[in-house]
Write a protein that binds this ligand. Structure first.
Ligand SMILES: [Zn+2]
Length: 227
């Protein structure tokens, strides 16, 4: 499961609105015969990549998946059908899918087809990996992270209303890496007027466009803003 979690993390920032998922197929003798991860919405799920890699070696093998395999037809077919067809004997799941279309139904389908299912291995890690996805599906609201740059004496600038660079290079690159995991970035109009940021993701392989949001109830931001 640790390996499946590491595989899942390779899709970080690329799979939205889908969750990060990793899968590994282990032969009865304990050898890794296939692995894969979900790369992008609309592309095959992790289990499909892992089963394809395993080929005939999937027969009688154990499939580890960080998230409950799907049983609904979205843009790709249900994974549970592929798992049954491949002849997998046992499925080990990190965490149940909170999506009501799947929740528990994927597990039930597998059991009804004679597959042994274990749920809740590395459950906390598997859920944490997809915290934004879980919050959106369970509570119907986006996952929001607030980022504030502060000086050691807890100020946001050297002089009020004047742009001052208080963030070190490492923190700036960390912020860009974080942004790459999100769908949108937002700032208030005050930040726009003083800092004039571009709100882009730099130094990241992200290919999805980042939605940029300005909270500007008084329409103060000019059209000439860098963004
Ligand atoms: Zn699936």
């Amino acid at each position: 499961m640790d390996r499946a979690l590491r595989m899942a993390a390779l899709g970080r920032g690329l799979t939205s609105p889908n969750p990060l998922v990793g899968a590994v197929v282990i032969s009865p003798s304990g050898a890794v015969v296939g692995s894969g991860y979900h790369r992008r919405a609309g592309e095959p799920h992790a289990e499909v990549y892992a089963l394809r890699a395993a080929g005939p070696a999937a027969r009688g093998a154990t499939l580890f998946s960080t998230l409950e395999p799907c049983c609904h037809t979205g843009r790709t077919g249900p994974c549970v059908d592929r798992i049954v067809e491949a002849g997998i004997a046992r499925v080990v799941i990190g965490v149940e899918d909170p999506n009501p279309q799947v929740h528990g139904k994927g597990i039930q389908f597998l059991r009804e087809h004679g597959i042994a299912v274990t749920v809740g291995v590395r459950e906390a890690e598997a859920a944490r990996l997809n915290l934004p996805f879980f919050i959106r599906v369970r509570y119907g609201r986006p996952f929001v992270m607030m980022k504030v740059a502060l000086t050691r004496d807890e100020c946001v600038a050297e002089t009020l209303g004047v742009r001052s660079n208080i963030t070190a290079e490492q923190a700036t690159s960390d912020v860009h890496a974080l942004r790459a995991e999100f769908d949108a970035v937002g700032v208030g109009s005050g930040t726009m007027l003083i800092d004039d940021p571009e709100l882009t993701v730099r130094a990241s392989p992200q290919t999805r466009p980042l939605t940029r949001v300005i909270f500007d109830s008084r329409l103060r931001v000019p059209c000439s803003a860098a963004m």
